[in-house]
Design a protein around this ligand. Structure first.
Ligand code: KG4
Ligand code: ZN
Length: 332
């Protein structure tokens, strides 16, 4: 099956074409970062309006890059949720209209599942595996037993890891989004210079909490020591506190589940220190760690097209009642 994927859950308008036998044929991502940067975060109403402007050119480019017209497309896969409802509706309404006009079937992809399975664009992974999903909106651990067989093991009790990175960057005056800036600055800093708190919760907990760390950073920055600190050392120490907990808990979850495979996904898994720590801890524990390339960690439509292709080839389609949803469907 050749599937056109469409993603608009947050601040990226993306389209891609994935073919069940030929693989990924095109992937186009139009980022709105410059529009939201001045506000220090995504402004939902502005995001929806930008998606409206970008959706047609982005889809046209994805089709052109794949040397495909509508005749070459067998089906459409679109992110249905979770995400910003106004943003989701732009992609979803557009995809449903295309599906109706072209007479092609449609699949409503879950954004979290798309991230969790993105690894298959580059690697063959055996089921079951444990997936760590770390993005701007989510920090969760899942057990993945097959296509559509996903069980939540734990998640954040307050902020998502990406949110913690972004808020920290804002407090440090580094702009938005801050994860990638902290990652870069941290390379020139000492991760052991300042001891920021790690919330491990109970020993075998797969849950996370980052709000205490955020408060600790704010208090530190307001102190004389914080005012005199090198920004590189603060970035490295703060990043280490997040990455330490993420990598340790993800590897521990794989061990607890007796699954020797761990897959990283979501924007924060582009973080170089997290990638290194997860690989290191995984190797020590006999857990094989899979790291999608950075552009497949952040939001894209390639993962949406892939998930749709796998599900629709297996006979799972969405009907005309397909609608967008804001909140995660996974609960324990
Ligand atoms: O998956 P994603 O693109 O969008 C969501 O679905 O949220 O993730 C975006 C998040 C942002 O919080 C951003 O700061 C973070 O991923 N991020 C990073 C890095 N690159 C992106 N965080 C830490 N280090 C990075 N290199
Ligand atoms: Zn995402």
């Amino acid at each position: 099956m050749r599937v056109l994927g469409i993603e608009s859950s947050c601040d990226e308008t993306a389209a891609a074409v994935y073919d069940g036998s030929a693989g990924l044929l095109s992937s186009v991502v139009s980022s709105q970062v410059a529009i939201h940067a001045g506000y220090g975060g995504v402004v939902p109403e502005l995001a929806s309006r930008e998606h409206l402007k970008s959706i047609v050119p982005v889809v046209e480019k994805a089709l052109a890059d794949a040397s495909s017209g509508r005749e070459g497309i067998d089906a459409i896969s679109v992110t249905a949720g979770p995400g910003l409802i106004g943003s989701l509706l732009v992609g979803l309404c557009f995809a449903k209209s295309l599906s109706f006009a072209w007479g092609k079937p449609i699949y409503g992809a879950d954004h979290l599942e798309s991230h969790i399975y993105a690894v298959f664009l580059e690697h063959g992974v055996d089921f079951p595996y444990v997936a760590l999903l770390v993005s701007g909106g989510h920090t969760s651990l899942f057990r993945v037993a097959g296509w559509g067989e996903v069980r939540l093991l734990g998640g954040t009790l307050d902020d998502a890891a990406g949110e913690a990175f972004d808020k920290a960057a804002k407090m440090m005056g580094l702009g938005y989004p801050g994860g990638v800036v902290i990652d870069r600055l941290a390379k020139g800093g000492d991760p052991g210079r300042y001891a920021f708190p790690r919330a491990r919760l109970s020993a075998d907990s797969a849950d996370f909490s980052f709000s205490g760390l955020k408060t600790a950073l704010r208090t530190f920055l307001a102190s004389p020591e914080g005012a005199a600190a090198r920004v590189e050392d603060v970035a490295a120490s703060f990043q280490e506190a997040i990455v330490d907990v993420l990598a340790a808990k993800a590897v521990a979850a794989a061990q607890r589940e007796a699954v020797p495979r761990l897959v990283l996904s979501g924007g924060v898994s582009a973080n170089s220190r997290l990638r290194a720590q997860a690989a290191e801890r995984g190797a020590a524990a006999g857990v094989q760690v899979y790291l999608p390339s950075r552009e497949l960690c952040t939001d894209n439509a390639a993962m949406v097209a892939l998930l749709g292709e796998r599900r629709m080839s297996a006979g799972t389609f969405s009907g005309p009642e397909l609608n967008a949803y804001a909140a995660s469907r996974f609960s324990r």
